[in-house]
Structures are given as C-alpha cells and as structure tokens.
Write a protein that binds this ligand. Sequence first.
Ligand code: ZN
Length: 512
Amino acid sequence: MKVFISVLLAVACCVSSVSAQQGLSVCGNTTAQQMEHMLPRVRTYQQQALTSERNEVQYIPIFFHLTADAAGEGRHKDRFVLDQLCDMNEAYAPMDFRFYLKPHTTYGLIDRSINSNSVYSGQTNEFLMNSRRNQNALNVYVVNQVFDDPNILGFNNSDRDWVVARKDQINGNGNGTLAHEAGHFFALPHTFLGYEGNPFDGVNDPTWPVAPVVSPGGPLTERADGSNCQSAADEICDTPEDYNFGLVNNGCNLYTGAALDPLSNPVDPMENNFMGYFIGCSNYQFTPGQVSVVLADRASNDRNYLDNTFTPASEEISVPNDLLISPIGGATQEFYDEVLLQWQSVPGATYYLIEFDISTLFATTTNFQSVIVPATTTSLLYTTLQSNRNYYWRVRPFNEYVTCAPAKTSSFRTPVTSSVKSIEGLNAWNIYPNPVSPDDKAYVAIQANNGFTTSLSIVNPAGSLVYEQNGINLNAGDTTLEISTEGLANGVYFVVLSTEKGRAVRKLTVMK
Ligand SMILES: [Zn+2]
C-alpha cells in the first residue's frame, strides 16, 4: 500500500512546493488549543494503554460542506471531493480507516447550501455551519479562506468538533492538509508542539543554535536522543524532534539547518510527517505511535457518533470504455435545447457525477455544470444549452467509498435549431400557481382550438425527468390538468407538453 501512496503523491509534489514559496502555509491550531484539547487525550490513551490495535477495517463517515460567498459564487467543484476522499483513504490506510461519504438527510451527499461570506472567508457564522452539520460524520467545511488569513490552510475546531480546509487544499493532489486537520480531529498535536508561532531558526531565538529546554509556547523541547520524549512536544515517542523546521525549510528537502537540541546534539526531524509543516512531501506518513493514538481516539466514547455499519456497494468500480452511449464523437444534435445524455449502468456504482462544459478542462466559470445523480438515473435531458457550440461531457461512476474511478469523456455539437415548435391546435396555456409550494398542487390550464393527444412532463433544474404523464387526450376548448409537485426541492423546473409534431415548454418555480 505504501508504494502506491508514494507513486500517487509524487505527481503532486511540485504543485505544493511552488505555492509554499509564495507565503507561509500554516494550520490554524495554536499551541494553546492543542495543549488544551489534544495533548490530554494523547496522555490518556498512552496511560490507559488504549492504543487499540484492531487490525480490522473501520468505515469512517465523512461529510463535506462546499461553501460559497453570499452571491453563491466560488463553490468548490464536486469532483475535488471525490478526489480528496481517495487521498484520505491512502493517508489513513495504516489505521485501516476507510472514509466514505455519508449523506445528510436534508442536504444530500455533499452540502452545497451554505452561501455566506462569514463562512466562506472567516467562519464566524458558526451557527449557520452547525445548522448544516451531519450529526453522524466527520464534518469538513471547504472554504475560500480560513479566518480571513491567506496563510492558513486549515483548522480543526475542537469546540465544535469539525474541520475547516481551504478549497485549494481539497483536490487529491497529496498535499496532506486534510489528513493533517483530521489528525488533529483524532487528537494528534503537531510534532513540533510549542514552536507554532516561533520556529527555531535563529530569528528571535537568543540561545541559537542550541534550542531552549522549554519551547516558546510552553511544552518541553524534545531532545534528539528521545530521552524526554514522553513529556516533550507531542509526547508521542516515535515522532522525532522538530522545532517547526518545516516552516522555514525549502519544501520537503532534508533539513540541513544548524539547529541543535537542548543538549547541543544535532537534530533530525521527520520531514514527511503529516503533523509537521514541511510542504510538498511526496510521501507523507503517520508514525506507528500516531496511528495508535488515532485508533484509540476513534475507540473513545467521544467518537461514538461515528459508529455505523456501512458496507460499500462494491470495493472497486471498473469503468467500461463505452460508458457513454449518446451523444458522442462530436455528433451534431437535432436540437440545441433538447439534448438527452445517456450512459451505461455501471456495477458497484451508487452515483454518477456528470460534468459539462464548452472546454475539456471542465473549469470555465459560466458554462461549467456539475450534477450528481443516483445510480437509478442513466440519462439527463438538457434544455438550457446554447446553440451552435461544441460541448464536452463526462461521467464518473462512484459509490460512497470508491470515488477514484476515472471519468469517461465525449463531445457533441449543438445546432442552431430549436426544438420548441408550436403544437398544432394549442392556442394558449399556463401554469398556476407559479411559484408553487411543494405542499400544494399546480394546475396546467390549456386552451385548444382542436383536440390532440399530448404527454405532460416535468424536468428538474439538472435536466432529469421527475414527472411524466402520457396519452392525455385533450378536446377543443379549455382543459385543466392537475400536477403534483410533492417532494420537489426548491428550484426552477420545466413543464413540457409534447405531441408527435410539436413541443411547448414553460418554467415552473417551486418555492417553500
Ligand atoms: Zn495543525
């Protein structure tokens, strides 16, 4: 497994190294917070020998909140959550943890409901954050900035028992940030505890190059020979001495600074420890001592809320090359405003992520669309595309645990032709009330000059068919049809009348 980790993370190392040189990259947890909330737990676990070696798989429910600003802009893309979950499962493989996406009964598989500047940038609106909490999962809030500070990558809020991470850290590129914050969640302090605000680098360090016996933050400085490891720094003996050298080091390169420990011995920090600050390592690790602490924390009563009996639909998902059925190969479609995407059902998948764009990067700001549909859906009707354009779409099958399967991509072109042709005999029609509450019925009033047979359907904002009634025989004159909006979420829907020869569409807004 470790070999696999190294290969995966090596690709990503250079991205992180570059960003590290642009400014300090730190975690929001202070020395004091860790001494109050994490160190006592480490002591308890070590004293009680609660270092459970379960050697069995434990499924850990996790729930991501992708937040946006007050205008709903800036929300991180769903696919990065899927990528990040793969990273988490690599990082916590030594614990036999398997993180899986745990849906919220109201907010779904991934929470996309927070549009608030005071969460997106500063996390001051804890009331709002807490209102979206999944009570039975590790909650991760993905934001634009942590505490309005451009240097902070993430934070574990011990009082609220949740984790915050900057969105550029949630991407599956092996940067280690979320694994680090989850490490705090499971009681791990920094390996350099005590040197958070003042790395030992000769700046403001009067005893340089010999480190002080007591760190600037209060904990004892760990000696290089390990002789005080049970009472110094993180108090985990197999994490070597580190006086926050990562903060001043050049990326993950071997530390070659001249610092000495309090006994004047040379230091040898573990650069690639998840709980240090060395940036851009290709193979971050937890030590066996850290693994034991995390396992003990998971086994403690405070973590009962993570208990579950989850079993994934499948341990792996194999994506067929011909996953996408239609439209493919750049084919020009019949109508630009009625494009039906179809793909194959994939064994083991419980969801599909569908992405849509005018570029193969799937990253434009105005044309990009992303939607997650349950595995019962293998087609989507798009009615809001632009005419005369190339479109790219891709489908990624996944289940709550297996999220790393590759997507399949294809393309098509929209024509200038619209599908909206008038229905012969249809004089006028309307929907009321509009907006309609999901608790009420809506009515379709139709005035026809002559009789015809039609179908009536409702398409949701993502393009999925949510209601269909076929073979409705209308006579000349006025007819009122009743449609149920029960169970429809807030949003703008399309009500479609279709006959053999024509089609008519009206918008229907569902609003509580
Ligand atoms: Zn930290």
